[in-house]
Design a protein around this ligand. Structure first.
Ligand SMILES: [Zn+2]
Length: 137
């Protein structure tokens, strides 16, 4: 059905808290929130540090490298915009800095993705944001 390909993907809409993160994506930077009190990293937008509950933070750039910690391969159409990508892989990637990020693994058929696989960030560009996804490295 050709009309289903006309449906755009739902994309993130930056708010005040997450805007620096999304601006970073347009420059190819994967930014993390770094706790100013204990140094723990977290993915945006989490108000408090999971380690010490501080709400003080600065933005710090991630290496963009990580490892697949869990995954699921989607074979069903849950949204028409994603139909051309079926089967696609949802994964939890543990970044080198520590936090785990929900994402997609691209450039591989879902059956080839494995837990423990080293991955690196790549970008799905849209007009106002770039969505971080990961590929094998
Ligand atoms: Zn902390």
């Amino acid at each position: 059905m050709s009309e289903t390909t006309e449906v755009p993907k739902p994309i993130p809409e930056p708010d005040d808290e997450s805007r620096p993160f999304w601006e970073g994506t347009l420059e190819g930077k994967l930014l993390l929130m770094k706790c100013s009190d204990c140094g723990e990293f977290r993915i945006p937008s989490r108000q408090h540090c999971d380690n010490c509950l501080s709400d003080n933070y600065t933005w710090a750039e991630s290496s963009g490298r990580g490892v697949v910690r869990s995954l699921g391969v989607m074979h069903q159409k849950y949204h028409p915009a994603f139909e051309p990508e079926i089967p696609y892989t949802l994964a939890m990637v543990e970044l080198e800095e520590g936090p785990r990020m929900p994402t997609n693994i691209v450039e591989l058929n879902g059956r080839e993705v494995q837990v423990g696989m080293p991955v690196e960030v790549t970008w799905e560009r849209h007009e106002d944001v770039a969505v971080p996804k990961f590929r094998p490295r």
